[in-house]
Design a protein around this ligand. Sequence first.
Ligand SMILES: *[C@@H]1O[C@H](CO)[C@@H](O)[C@H](O)[C@H]1NC(C)=O
Ligand SMILES: *[C@@H]1O[C@H](CO)[C@@H](O)[C@H](O)[C@H]1NC(C)=O
Ligand SMILES: *[C@@H]1O[C@H](CO)[C@@H](O)[C@H](O)[C@H]1NC(C)=O
Ligand SMILES: *[C@@H]1O[C@H](CO)[C@@H](O)[C@H](O)[C@H]1NC(C)=O
Ligand SMILES: *[C@@H]1O[C@H](CO)[C@@H](O)[C@H](O)[C@H]1NC(C)=O
Ligand SMILES: *[C@@H]1O[C@H](CO)[C@@H](O)[C@H](O)[C@H]1NC(C)=O
Ligand SMILES: CC(=O)N[C@H]1CO[C@H](CO)[C@@H](O)[C@@H]1O
Length: 503
Amino acid sequence: MDSRLFLTLLLFFVCIASTLSLSPKRKLNFRRRLLINGRPWHGLKPSKHVFTPESKDGAPKAQWFYQKVDHVGSANTDYYWQRYWNNSNFYKPGGPAFLMIGGESAQTAWWVEDETLQWLKLAKQHNAITFLLEHRFYGSTQPTNGDMSTDSLEYLSSEQAIEDVAYFIRSMNSKLNLTSAKWIVFGGSYAGALAAWARAKHPDIIYGAVASSAPVQPVVDFTGYLEVIEDGLNNYNPECGSSLHQGLLATYNLIGNPSGRQQLFKGFQLCEYIDYANKEQISYFFLDLIGLYMTVVQYSGDNVLNYNTNVNIPSICAYHLQRNKTDLQKLQEVNSFFMQFYQESCLDVNYESYIAYLQEANDDKAWVYQTCNEFGYYQSTTSTKANQFYGNVLPVDWFIRQCELIYGSKFANGSVYNNVDKTNSIYHGKAGYNATRVVLPNGTNDPWHLPAILTSPNNESYAIVIQGTSHVADVYPDAASDPLAVKQARIEIAQHVKDWLKN
Ligand SMILES: *[C@@H]1O[C@H](CO)[C@@H](O)[C@H](O)[C@H]1NC(C)=O
Ligand SMILES: *[C@@H]1O[C@H](CO)[C@@H](O)[C@H](O)[C@H]1NC(C)=O
Ligand SMILES: *[C@@H]1O[C@H](CO)[C@@H](O)[C@H](O)[C@H]1NC(C)=O
Ligand SMILES: *[C@@H]1O[C@H](CO)[C@@H](O)[C@H](O)[C@H]1NC(C)=O
Ligand SMILES: *[C@@H]1O[C@H](CO)[C@@H](O)[C@H](O)[C@H]1NC(C)=O
Ligand SMILES: *[C@@H]1O[C@H](CO)[C@@H](O)[C@H](O)[C@H]1NC(C)=O
Ligand SMILES: CC(=O)N[C@H]1CO[C@H](CO)[C@@H](O)[C@@H]1O
């Protein structure tokens, strides 16, 4: 390696290391519990190895791609180092190239390493070379060397990320002589939307896309989200849903008086008393509780982390279906289960430190920025149905106010609505999506199916319904517990990819 490149890289790592080791005042605890604008601590598409960047010896090593900071404007001509991984084990000259697009979290080698992953099984079958590209501003891919000030975040957008993908493909084509290879992009959740949009935008270099649980209809007030969570619990067992409803109601009624707050302090093992005058804190407390059920329903049964063993709808509902306990006690037991699971010593209810955390440079700050700047997707209790079930404890304005608190006055209320409108005018929403050679699987239990494409947009793209499954269920390795519907969906996806790669 030439010494100047080495120095640049060294500097880069020093910067990254100092960014990532920030925030000694905060333990990881409260971040792991929270579902921050739909994003859990592990990112929207969880990876098996969330804390270990390289999963084992001999795993593919991270590579660095010299990438343009700005594809959209012309003023900034800088470059940055974008992290990626590859696996050429299956590749045979003349074979296709598969690219997994990274979403709103740090990536790990697991995605190109674990040959039981569905897309790697396809790569093996078709002799494909595979790549995983980390999204700008997440993990170690930092176009502004870890600076996440609002000015720097100007370079964080889905459009820039899609152009990163296009530039990466063009460069690999010339570097590795892949020009005649068919490129297929893969992605799940937000990255699924990126895969769908990238195929639409660059049909000349991207031959097809598998876009799992892809939300392509940004909306500020994502009212349906919490309704699907409620339905997920009720469809399993109406008594489970009703017990959660009663538990939340009891909690809400106790907040109004001092002895009730004392009872909540003890029962939920809070780190501090709730200040009844602080309405922001009360919403934050309810997000602590409701967020647990969001995570559970959103991932229930997925064959990754603990979602098909003890963190899923049946195991959490088991608490609510106990006899001889009040619904408040049951809710508190679910809370205690997660406190142990996340190793929390007390339950954080400090809204100010939550905001302070989001003002630091981290993946959550980047994702919340994207919600303020492009997507919204605020999981509010605004709808009549959600209001009746949860209480109106998470009004949409509570989320919108955070945009201004974190990123400044540029993100006052009105601008968030304008930003989301702008995104929909760029990508034309789900009704306007009309690319060909795209597979769009979605799960009925997953709240993210609402902004996903539900009917095949044309006769060369395919929406696939997966009854009773959750978020991005189709991307994970086979499990004995997989429902038939997800097995069938995987077969269908494989068939479409095979058709595309024929001749
Ligand atoms: C692929 O990754 C390996 C290390 O895992 C590296 O040696 C090789 O140069 C990489 N190839 C490309 C095209 O990046
Ligand atoms: C590049 O790939 C094409 C098509 O696969 C092949 O015909 C050609 O010989 C390759 N060129 C080099 C320099 O390897
Ligand atoms: C529930 O409570 C009733 C009345 O207090 C008692 O008779 C019964 O044994 C209890 N059942 C269980 C499973 O604890
Ligand atoms: C925010 O903007 C929206 C759309 O313009 C408007 O409907 C809403 O009332 C505003 N909320 C506040 C708190 O100003
Ligand atoms: C989608 O594209 C096809 C082929 O160009 C066209 O016939 C069809 O009308 C389009 N549908 C929509 C909804 O735009
Ligand atoms: C769909 O089918 C019709 C009729 O067979 C055909 O004309 C059209 O080109 C096909 N493709 C798309 C993208 O609509
Ligand atoms: C949950 C959901 O909306 N599923 C949709 C997925 O795609 C199929 C096929 O178009 C639809 O019929 C489903 O309604």
